[in-house]
Design a protein around this ligand. Structure first.
Ligand SMILES: [Zn+2]
Length: 78
């Protein structure tokens, strides 16, 4: 786990694509629970509306930053 603890992984976190995979593999259940709390403040701080795609993508970027995950390779098309 990225936090250095040998704890149970976060398991299915319901996030799409590589981000979901990275979290399921690299983030423990404790850290994930912590982030779910922090995330509420982050959403309020940035005024994010998760129903909107752009805001959701920003939230995903912040989620990666929080866990120190490498940025997603964002490629569309060829
Ligand atoms: Zn952890």
């Amino acid at each position: 786990m990225r936090c250095g603890q040998t704890r149970e992984g976060a398991g299915k976190v319901g996030l799409p694509g590589a981000l979901g995979d990275d979290i399921e593999r690299g983030v423990c259940a404790e850290c994930w629970k912590e982030w779910l709390q922090t995330q509420i403040r982050v959403i309020n701080h940035y005024g994010l509306r998760p129903a909107i795609k752009e805001d959701r993508e920003q939230l995903y970027r912040l989620t990666r930053e929080h866990f120190g995950l490498p940025p997603a390779a964002e490629r569309t098309g060829g």
